[in-house]
Design a protein around this ligand. Structure first.
Ligand SMILES: Cc1ncc(COP(=O)(O)O)c(C=O)c1O
Length: 361
C-alpha cells in the first residue's frame, strides 16, 4: 500500500527524561522536573468528584479557570488563553506568527520545544550563544535580523537552571526591535525566591510585545493532565483563539487547575521543600566535585568536569540502582552534565545513599 509522501520535516523529535529503568522495579524518577510533593490533596478530592462528566465536551474557553487565574495573579481574564500544557500554546504561537523565511532566536541550551515547533512552522531557528550556560542578551541581539519575529526565553532556563535578573530582562526588551515578540516562559517562577528575580508576568503585564507562558505541570503537580496558560495582548489572544483546537483543555484538567490555585499552603510547602533539598543536594554533591548552578528552580544541572567519573558513567551507575536522571547530552547536546530534579524527601535520601555507594565514601 502506498501513502502520500510526508512534507519535508527536518527536526529531532522531543526526547523526554526517561521514566523507567527497564527491568528494574520501583525506580525513582528525577528526570522530568515534576512536582516533588506530588499533587495537593484538595486537587485529588475534586478530580475524584462524580460531577465530572467525561461524556460531555469541556468548556472550550476554560472560562472558570481563566477567571481563577485572573483573580490569583491579578491580571486581565481577556488576555489569558489556556492550553493542553504550555506546549500547546508554544505550538499555537508558532502557527500564528511564523512562515517560512521568518527567524526565531532561541538560546543554545534552551527548552527543546521552542526549536521543534518553530521549525515545524517552517521558520529558521537561530541559536544564540550562552555565557557559562547563562542566556546572553548581547548574543541574542547580535543574531537579530530583519526577519526575526520571535525570541523565546525560559526564565529560569531549563535545562541550565540559570536565570536573567529583572534588570537584564528589562534591558533585553528595551534593546530588541519593537516588532519582535519576546516570549517569556515562567514555567518555574514559583520556585524562585532569589531577590533579583521577577517573573515575566510581574514585569510585563501590560506590554503588547511580550507574551508570557505559565504551566500547571511543575509546582502544581498536574503534568499528566496537560494544562498551561498564556498571557498577552488582546490582539494576540484573539489570533490564538482563532486557531485553538476547540476543546483543548479537558474538564478534569480545568477543575484540577482551579483547585490547585486555591491551595496556597501546598505551594508554600513545595517551595520550602525545594529550597531545602536543592541546597542540601548541591552542597552534598560538591563533596564529590560535582558542581551545579546557583539554586533556582526545582532542578540542578550537574557538571562533572572536575569529578573523577564522567556524567554518563554516573548516570549508568545510578540507573542500575533504579534512580533516573536526565542526560543533558540527549537532545540538549550538553556534554558531561546531567540534570537532577529535586525529589521527595525519600527520593532525595535514596539518591544521597546511592551516590555514597558509587563513590565508596
Ligand atoms: C521551560 C519549560 N517550559 C514549558 C514546559 C512544559 O510545560 P507543559 O507541561 O505545560 O507543556 C517545560 C517542561 O519541562 C519547561 O521546562
Amino acid at each position: 500500500m502506498t501513502i502520500p509522501r510526508f512534507k519535508n520535516i527536518n527536526i529531532e523529535a522531543y526526547r523526554p527524561g526517561k521514566s523507567n529503568g527497564g527491568t528494574i522495579k520501583n525506580t525513582i524518577k528525577l528526570s522530568a522536573n515534576e512536582s516533588a510533593l506530588g499533587v495537593s490533596s484538595k486537587v485529588k478530592k475534586v478530580i475524584s468528584n462524580k460531577k465530572i462528566s467525561p461524556y460531555r465536551y469541556p468548556d472550550g474557553k476554560s472560562t472558570k479557570l481563566r477567571k481563577e487565574i485572573s483573580k490569583k495573579f491579578n491580571c486581565n481574564i481577556n488576555k489569558i488563553i489556556c492550553g493542553a500544557g504550555s506546549d500547546e500554546i508554544i505550538q499555537m504561537l508558532c502557527q500564528l506568527f511564523l512562515s517560512p523565511r521568518d527567524e526565531v532566536i532561541v538560546p543554545k541550551y534552551s527548552f527543546l520545544i521552542y526549536r521543534i515547533y518553530s521549525k515545524l512552522s517552517g521558520a529558521k531557528v537561530v541559536f544564540s550563544k550562552e555565557k557559562n550556560f547563562k542566556v546572553s542578551i548581547s548574543e541574542i541581539l547580535k543574531n537579530v535580523t530583519k526577519r526575526t519575529k520571535l525570541v523565546f526565553i525560559a526564565n529560569p532556563n531549563n535545562p541550565t537552571g540559570t536565570y536573567l535578573n529583572y534588570f537584564e530582562v528589562l534591558q533585553l526588551r528595551k534593546k530588541l526591535r519593537n516588532n519582535i515578540l519576546l516570549v517569556l516562559d515562567d514555567a518555574y517562577f514559583e520556585y524562585m525566591k532569589n531577590s533579583d528575580y521577577r517573573s515575566g508576568l510581574d514585569l510585563f503585564k501590560n506590554k503588547e510585545n511580550v507574551f508570557i507562558l505559565r504551566t500547571f505541570s511543575k509546582i502544581y503537580g498536574l503534568a499528566s493532565l496537560r494544562v498551561g496558560w498564556g498571557y498577552g495582548s488582546k490582539k494576540i489572544i484573539n489570533g490564538l483563539n482563532k486557531i485553538k483546537p476547540p476543546f483543548n483543555v479537558n474538564e478534569t484538567a480545568q477543575v484540577a487547575a482551579i483547585a490547585s490555585l486555591r491551595d496556597s499552603k501546598f505551594i508554600s510547602r513545595s517551595i520550602k521543600h525545594n529550597i531545602k533539598y536543592a541546597n542540601k543536594l548541591k552542597i552534598f554533591l560538591e563533596n564529590y566535585n560535582i558542581t551545579s548552578n546557583e539554586v533556582s528552580a526545582n532542578f540542578l544541572l550537574l557538571n562533572f568536569a572536575k569529578c573523577q567519573i564522567k556524567a554518563q558513567n554516573f548516570y549508568r551507575k545510578l540507573m542500575s540502582k533504579g534512580i533516573i536522571l536526565r542526560s543533558a547530552e540527549d537532545g540538549y547536546k550538553i556534554k558531561n552534565m546531567l540534570r537532577l530534579t529535586i525529589g521527595s524527601k525519600n527520593d532525595n535520601l535514596k539518591f544521597i545513599k546511592a551516590v555514597k555507594e558509587i563513590f565508596n565514601r
